[in-house]
Every structure is written in structure tokens, then in C-alpha cells.
Ligand binder design. Structure first.
Ligand code: HEM
Length: 535
């Protein structure tokens, strides 16, 4: 949520007025029930010049794990407690929808899974989730390696050019490289379209970035002016957004038409027999068209693909960005990671099987997601009256909430909570191997890796909702294993070939947030070829 810059006095006056008005309104709407909830003071000024989730953290430490944030005419309940998060996401999941998030994303994703109303969601989730089965993931690992190879080749070429001039190190914005890599992977994996963005620019690529940029603008802009009639044709950035959307929609429509026109019974049989090794196109779109028949509604398919394009692109790029940022500040952990890569992979590319042996790299990926969750907030709105548990340091009787209550589950707060993590702000991938309990937190079953024995990566079940990188309950991310494997493969391949350092100080890497946490000016790094003789 972004605020316009005004003088501090003016802001204070406005803030007091808006806070009072919103408290009255909220208490009126909630019949006074939200009135027992601690209220975060000092809203508006604290929102200047830094991402919202930092302020939410400070208020969490001050007011507790469930508090009300009021600013402007709006009030939000901010949750930083695993028991309350579990209630909202799993135990009472169907009493909530995506609220503000759906309002923002619906113009882009239509009735895709993220913003979809519950009826549409139930139908589409049943169709899409089975597409992410283990044979699909096994086939995807080949796409992850071939796309990562392109990035490696690009860096190799830049280094070769540098060596002709006597240098051995290049400077590169790795965030931008990861973004291109993740776009290529999502295009090939979800709809068999090669953006080729690691090596080129195209109108479709530009349109994807334009759309992401607009989604971010909408998620951080206070007044939804784009909903005002005619605005989308009057405001230049809204006109550009409509144009970008059309470019992507035309591209997706073409791919859907092609997938339907080329549907072949032999491919359907291969899919039914799970014979992925002989399939030319193993994409999710092929699965959706082949297994579900050619009569699937084109508009719905397009919404599904658009949703996965947006949901699976910047999120994964961000994980890679922060993993490198954290490793670069921890040389001993970087060495440990490279040692594991050398011993598991040698000079080979990762495979589905070898990813299972990259234990430390997998922990690095999840620890990066703990410190930099994507997105840092999960957004819900209550559809009916409900009672939230009070949180470990709140009202024992809990808090009644009326229909229409907007809720932020602060994943960032949960992931950095001193109640659930030792040294919460430190980068310690090994922490996920250790059991932990906190008897003071009633109803929290603690952290126990044995709770989810088959899981390759720590998850919300192991942590009883203290670790929520992919949400939890029925609306948990469908692409979690895809994204985790993709990040493991890409990170392993990068560190297998190159030594990476930050170009400037860690403090110079400023954070910005929209849907994801990213850098303000890129993650500028120094890269050099690894010398395997000396490692
Ligand atoms: C939902 C995170 C990658 C597709 C979610 C949610 C989170 C999340 C937290 C739950 C949102 C909520 O409850 O409000 C991530 C992260 C990723 C990632 C951190 C990368 C590291 C992907 C990929 C895909 C994908 C690669 C698709 C290929 C989706 C979809 C949903 C979703 C379709 C909506 C699920 C539903 O409502 O049924 N993601 N995601 N995500 N994600 Fe991901």
C-alpha cells in the first residue's frame, strides 16, 4: 500500500482523522466485536519509504499476533500466529475468499484459480492439480536444466568476451537473469511456448513484464481508479495495460487453438499410460486439453494459463535472487553448497533423482523462502461471521469477526517470529532439520520434520503453519513442487559453474514489494568461472 508524500503535520492530522473514522466504522460494522482487538497506532506515517511488511512486523512485536490495522476508511486484521493462520487457511477455509486480491487480479486473471470465486475454483482445481503429478515434474526437470543451461551459456559468453580483454570477472544483474530464466521455464512447462527471453526481447515478453508491472502497481496503489468507467481508455498507463493484455491473450488464444487442433488419440493414450518419455509436448496445457477433451472452454483455459504465468514467474525468480543474496553474505555456506554440488553432480546436469540428493541446496531454497516469502502477505476476506482464535498473546476467547472483514496473514511475520524460530533473522538452512516446540503457544504442535515423512522440502505441515511459503489448506499453491525443483536445479547449475559475490554492500540492495519482494535496482553481482582444481 503506497502513500503519497505530504508534510508530516498534514499527515498526522489526516491520520488521526482517518484512524478515528475508520475505528468508528469498523466497530459499527463489527458490532463492537473487533473493538477488543489491539489496534495498531501510527498507521500512515509508518508506511512511507519502506515496504508495508516492515511496519506490520513492528506492530506485531508491539501489539501481538492478532491486531487491527486501521488506515483511511479501511481496516484490516493482521494475523501473525500459526494457529489463527491454520484456522483461516485450512480449518475454516471456505468461509473466506481472496477479497482485495481478487479485486486487483480479476481483470488480469479472470476466473483463474487465484482470484476465482469458490464455485469456479472447486471445478478448476480438480482439473488442474492432477496435472502436477510426479511424472510431469520428472519431465519438467529436463526443461529446468535446458533453460538454466541457456543462462549458463550466456554468462560463459560474457566471461569469454571479458577474458579477451584480460579480465576474469563480469558484473551482472542476476535478478534480471533469473526473471528471464523463470519466464522461459514457465512458458515451456505450462503451455509449451518458448519465450526465449534469456537471449532476446519480443513484444510478448514486453507485454508480460508490462502486465506484471501493472499488477504490482494495482496491489500497491491505494485508490482503485482503474475501476472508474472509461479510466482504462483515458489514463495512458491503463491504455498500455489493455494493449499488453491483448498481446498476451492473443498469444495464449493461439496456443490453445493449436493444442486443440493437434489433439491426437495416440498422445492421449500415452498420457493415460503416463508414458511421458515419448511425449513431444509434456506441457500442462497439453494435459488439460488431451485429458479433458477438446471442448474445454477457451476463455477458462486462457484464464488458467494466465494465472500460472503470473503466479509462477516472478515468485520463482525472487527465490533465486534472495538465495544468491543470502549465500553471497555467507561464504562458508556458499562453500558448503558448492561442495555438495560437486560431490552429487560433478560436472553433470541435475536430474530428477539427483535433486533428491542435493539436501543442502534444497534447504537453502526453503530458508530463502522463509526470510523472503513470496508473497509476504496472504489476503482473505470473511464471507460469514466467524470467530478467530485469539493468538498466543491475545484475547483467550478469540475475536468475533463480521462478514466482509479483510485479513492479512503476514507470512513475513510468521517466518521471522521470535516465538517460533531461533535467531529468526539469521540465514541458517540447517534449522529445518531440528525439532522445536513452544509450550507457551497453545494449540501449536511445534516443528517436527518427521510429521511429513515423504516430503522432499519442509512445508506447512512439518511446521504446523509457522512456515507457509506456499500457503496451506485447499488453496495452497498448485505449483509448489514445480517451483522448488526449478529453484534447486537453477541454483545448483549456477553455483556449479561460477563463483558469485555481491557487487556492492548488502545494505545497498534496497527492497521493494508488490506481489513479491524484489530489489529496487537489481541484484548486481560479480561472477567468475569456478576453478574446479582449487575448489
Ligand atoms: C497459489 C506461492 C510458484 C501457481 C500460491 C499461494 C502462494 C504461492 C503463497 C497461495 C496464495 C493464497 O493462499 O492466497 C508461490 C511461490 C512460488 C510459486 C513462493 C515460487 C517459489 C508457482 C508456480 C505455479 C503456481 C510455478 C504454476 C506453475 C499457483 C496457483 C495458485 C498459487 C495456480 C492458486 C491455487 C489455488 O487457489 O487453488 N502460490 N507460488 N505457483 N500458485 Fe504459487
Amino acid at each position: 500500500i503506497r502513500c503519497q508524500s505530504t508534510s508530516t503535520d498534514e499527515v498526522k492530522t489526516k491520520r488521526n482523522f482517518l484512524d478515528n473514522a475508520s475505528n468508528l466504522l469498523t466497530n459499527f460494522l463489527s458490532g463492537g466485536s473487533l473493538g477488543d482487538m489491539p489496534i495498531a497506532e501510527g498507521a500512515v506515517t509508518d508506511l512511507f519509504d519502506r515496504p508495508l511488511f516492515f511496519s506490520l512486523y513492528d506492530w506485531f512485536i508491539e501489539h501481538g499476533a492478532v491486531y487491527k490495522l486501521a488506515f483511511g476508511p479501511k481496516a484490516f486484521v493482521v494475523v501473525s500466529d500459526p494457529v489463527v493462520a491454520r484456522h483461516i487457511l485450512r480449518e475454516n477455509a471456505f468461509s473466506f475468499d481472496k477479497g482485495v486480491l481478487a479485486d486487483i487480479l480479476e481483470p488480469i486473471m479472470g476466473k483463474g484459480l487465484i482470484p476465482a470465486d469458490l464455485d469456479t475454483w472447486k471445478l478448476r482445481r480438480r482439473v488442474i492439480a492432477p496435472g502436477f503429478h510426479s511424472l510431469y515434474l520428472e519431465t519438467m526437470v529436463k526443461i529446468f536444466t535446458s533453460c538454466s543451461e541457456r543462462t549458463i551459456l550466456k554468462i560463459d559468453k560474457l566471461l569469454e568476451r571479458e577474458s579477451l580483454q584480460g579480465g576474469q570477472t563480469i558484473e551482472l544483474d542476476l535478478e534480471a537473469e533469473f526473471s528471464s530464466l523463470a519466464l522461459d521455464i514457465i512458458g515451456l512447462g505450462v503451455f509449451n511456448y518458448d519465450f526465449g527471453s534469456v537471449t532476446k526481447e519480443s513484444p510478448v515478453i514486453k507485454a508480460v513484464y508490462g502486465t506484471l508491472f501493472e499488477a504490482e502497481h494495482r496491489s500497491t496503489f491505494y485508490i482503485p481508479y482503474w475501476k472508474v468507467p472509461l479510466m482504462k481508455w483515458i489514463v495512458p498507463r491503463q491504455r498500455k495495460f489493455q494493449k499488453d493484455l491483448k498481446v498476451i491473450n492473443d498469444c495464449l488464444d493461439g496456443l490453445i487453438r493449436n493444442a486443440k487442433d493437434t489433439r491426437q488419440e495416440t498422445d492421449v493414450e500415452k498420457l493415460q499410460q503416463r508414458d511421458y518419455s515419448n511425449l513431444k509436448d509434456a506441457s500442462l496445457l497439453r494435459f488439460l486439453v488431451d485429458m479433458r477433451g477438446a471442448d474445454v472452454d477457451d476463455r477458462q483455459l486462457r484464464d488458467d494459463l494466465m494465472t500460472m504465468l503470473i503466479a509462477g514467474h516472478e515468485t520463482t525468480a525472487a527465490v533465486l535472487t534472495w538465495a544468491v543474496f543470502l549465500l553471497a553474505q555467507n561464504p562458508s555456506k556458499m562453500k558448503k553448497a558448492q561442495k555438495e554440488i560437486d560431490s552429487v553432480l560433478g560436472q553433470d546436469e541435475p536430474t530428477f533423482e539427483s535433486v533428491k540428493k542435493l539436501d543442502y541446496i534444497r534447504l537453502i531454497v526453503v530458508e530463502s523462502l522463509r526470510l523472503y516469502p513470496q508473497p509476504p502477505l496472504l489476503i482473505r476476506r470473511s464471507l460469514k461471521s466467524d470467530k478467530l482464535p485469539g493468538g498466543y498473546n491475545g484475547n483467550k476467547d478469540g475475536y468475533a469477526i463480521p462478514p466482509g472483514t479483510d485479513i492479512f496473514i503476514s507470512v513475513y511475520n510468521l517466518h521471522r517470529s521470535p516465538y517460533f524460530w531461533d535467531h529468526p533473522n539469521e540465514f541458517e538452512p540447517e534449522r529445518f532439520l531440528v525439532q522445536k516446540k513452544n509450550e507457551d503457544v497453545e494449540g501449536w504442535d511445534g516443528f517436527d520434520p518427521s510429521r511429513s515423512p515423504g516430503a522432499l522440502y519442509p512445508n506447512e505441515v512439518i511446521s504446523d503453519f509457522a512456515f507457509l511459503p506456499f500457503g496451506g489448506g485447499p488453496r495452497k499453491c498448485v505449483g509448489d513442487q514445480f517451483a522448488l525443483m526449478e529453484s534447486t536445479v537453477a541454483l545448483a547449475m549456477l553455483l556449479q559453474k561460477f563463483d558469485v559475490e555481491l557487487k556492492g554492500s548488502p545494505e545497498s540492495v534496497e527492497l521493494v514489494t508488490g506481489a513479491t519482494i524484489h530489489t529496487k535496482n537489481g541484484l548486481w553481482c560479480k561472477l567468475r568461472k569456478r576453478s574446479h582444481e582449487t575448489s
